[in-house]
Design a protein around this ligand. Structure first.
Ligand SMILES: Cc1ncc(COP(=O)(O)O)c(C=O)c1O
Length: 394
């Protein structure tokens, strides 16, 4: 068996413009890269861990302060870092969901939310999306009432993605939270596509929990993320251990049950912290990122036969397009078949669109400069024209 740990350096960021839908907001800053090297050792952040022994109390490096800043950043009272948004879902589901409990999700919820519910033994119930691919408060109210009739009690938790992963659409989060609260249902807002790229104010949204993904949207290494909550809910989801060793009588201090004590210990946390000042700054420029994205969307819409499946005008940089009537027509006769598009893009220094995809696909322009966005927009129309497609006004 070949046993080698030789790793080739990854040249994506230096050599290509990357519009991969899941990678755009997670690319590391130079400061995060430096921190990754300095804190590469496993428990490197524990050098100065003093009583009380828990990650979020460490003062040097300033992890305790970072936790406070994180909570404020998403408009909540308390925050913990977690190994990915999914572990935030797991902690909340682990706190509120018992076997057989109904839990509200949506027709656009991410699979990790479903699995968190499954792990706790809950019964997932989807709020359907409407014809415009939006989750509305009206649909939420109807589904909650239906659930109450079926189960004889209210759902124990509601998950709503602020921006979904399929269309990059913004949903009626605030209104849905209001409906959920009128049934005493706590609300988890999934900000995997928002926390770290656009301004998020959890309390203004009516969230009991805001979950973000470090590696998707906070320029942090994987797996990293944030779970933030209100002071009231913090007592529940961040409850501390009460267990004892039955022979030794040992107790385990103030370790938090859902956090398994401590969470991110080296590269992930320090990368996240090093990027944080940049992330705080960049959310103030969300409008510019959105404008860049609209430029690319307009270029795609100008190609005859191309349709945008996401809501219009775009309110997020993740967009779903349908090129069945344009690039896929080219693919039918092109010698590279469906791979012609990704291949043509790559030749022009652009990657991130799934190779072979010419029907329905997604891209995310977050983080591109204006010049890069213009370049990507022109690349699409150029490829279209070179392959005999017409450009019409969008
Ligand atoms: C909408 C959404 N929520 C949650 C997740 C999971 O995030 P993480 O990888 O941080 O656990 C993803 C990404 O995979 C996602 O797209």
């Amino acid at each position: 068996m070949k046993c080698t740990a030789e790793i080739e350096l990854r040249d994506v960021e230096e050599m290509y413009i990357n519009i991969d839908p899941i990678q755009a907001g997670g690319r590391l800053t130079a400061d995060a890269m430096k921190a990754v090297i300095a804190y590469g050792d496993g428990y490197s952040v524990c050098d100065n861990c003093k009583k009380p022994f828990r990650l979020d109390y460490i003062q040097k490096p300033p992890i305790a302060d970072f936790h406070q800043d994180l909570a404020a950043f998403v408009g909540m009272d308390e925050a913990r870092v977690v190994p990915g948004a999914r572990r935030g879902f797991l902690a909340v589901a682990g706190t509120y969901v018992q076997k057989g409990d109904p839990v509200m999700l949506t027709g656009l919820s991410h699979y990790t939310e479903f699995i968190a519910v499954e792990n706790a033994g809950g019964v997932p119930l989807e709020i359907p999306k409407n014809e415009a691919n939006i989750i509305t408060a009206e649909a939420a109210a109807a589904r909650i009432e239906e659930a109450e009739q079926t189960f004889g009690r209210s759902p124990v938790l509601l998950f709503i993605d602020q921006v979904d992963y399929q269309y990059g659409n913004l949903h009626e989060v605030k209104e849905i939270a209001r409906v959920a609260h009128s049934h005493d249902i706590p609300v988890l807002v999934n900000g995997a596509y928002t926390v770290g790229t656009m301004p998020v104010d959890g309390k203004a949204l009516g969230a009991d929990f805001v979950v973000g993904s470090g590696h998707k949207s906070m320029a942090a290494p994987a797996p990293s993320g944030v779970l933030a909550t209100t002071s009231e809910r913090a007592e529940e989801v961040f409850r501390t251990t009460q267990i004892k060793g039955d022979v030794t009588g040992r107790t385990f201090g103030i370790k938090e049950v859902e956090m398994m004590g401590c969470t991110l210990m080296g590269v992930t946390l320090m990368g996240m912290m090093a990027s944080f000042p940049h992330v705080q700054e960049r959310v103030r420029h969300w409008d510019e990122h959105l404008a860049n994205s609209r430029l690319v969307v307009d270029a795609l819409r100008s190609i005859e036969g191309t349709e945008v499946r996401s809501e219009m005008p775009r309110r997020h940089t993740l967009t779903r397009v349908d090129t069945t009537g344009s690039f896929d027509k080219v693919a039918e006769t092109h010698k590279k078949r469906g791979f012609f598009l990704s291949s043509a893009l790559k030749k022009q220094g652009i990657m991130g669109v799934i190779p072979g995809a010419t029907k329905v696909w997604k891209f995310n322009t977050y983080g591109l400069t204006r010049a890069q966005a213009e370049y990507v927009a022109q690349a699409y129309t150029r490829i279209a024209e070179e392959n005999g497609l017409s450009i019409v006004s969008s």
